[in-house]
Design a protein around this ligand. Structure first.
Ligand code: SF4
Length: 211
């Protein structure tokens, strides 16, 4: 049996040569995901954007800067957590991923998460939330812990959406502030007690990022 490191490395290599959907034909680089594979918390977005496509790294554009600053404000460093996407190649012009593209790609994330085995998955945006909770509505279910199979999922708005919409920014920052308390609660119980969706307690304070 492969070690966790070798499993992740092999998956990344497979992603880089994958041709299971049309997106590999228009993308520049695959973006498998990066960070600490021993982290208790992972952040999952939708798909690579322009900067991610150029660099092969997740969340390195403006949305990534917001994510990094938000992480710092709650005491995490980017390199301490694992960050990935559902879709590993950029959709042209950042269009929404199509159902057959999501279906073709979803196995990679499933295998990455199985290897990492995080205690908490923070989903960024509705596509990522719907990967774990297809009936979910981001405006209704953000900021709550949802049990999805073996995982505890905490949906927040996508940082790119927050940058476009001041109302979403307020909710994004408010939900982000709640992450340490959610993680602490999960660490003490090692599970949430009820199924979908379980409202969690969190601080409604602002991060004060000045963004
Ligand atoms: S987006 Fe996913 S399924 Fe499609 S080619 Fe890339 S890695 Fe393969």
């Amino acid at each position: 049996m492969l070690s966790k490191e070798k499993t992740i490395e092999q998956l990344e290599n497979n992603i880089r040569v994958c041709q299971k959907c049309r997106l590999c034909k228009t993308a520049t680089k695959a973006v498998p995901g990066e960070g600490n594979i021993n982290s208790k918390i992972v952040f999952i977005g939708e798909a690579p954007g322009e900067m991610e496509d150029k660099t092969g790294r997740p969340f390195v554009g403006r949305a990534g800067q917001l994510l990094e600053k938000s992480l710092e404000k709650i005491g995490y460093k980017r390199e301490n957590v694992w960050i990935g996407n559902i879709i590993k190649h950029r959709p042209p012009q950042n269009r929404d991923p199509l159902p057959d593209e999501i279906a073709a790609c979803e196995g990679f994330l499933a295998m990455q998460l199985e290897a990492i085995s995080p205690l908490l998955i923070v989903t960024l945006g509705r596509f990522s939330m719907n990967y774990f909770y297809p009936e979910g509505k981001i405006s209704r279910d953000r900021g709550r812990v949802i049990r999805s199979g073996p995982y505890n999922v905490y949906p927040v708005y996508h940082p790119a959406a927050a940058l476009r919409n001041p109302g979403m920014m307020k909710d994004f920052l408010s939900d982000f502030v709640g992450i340490p308390a959610v993680l602490k609660k999960l660490e003490s119980s090692n599970t949430v007690t009820s199924n979908i969706p379980d409202v969690t307690e969190h601080d409604d304070g602002q991060l004060g990022l000045g963004l």
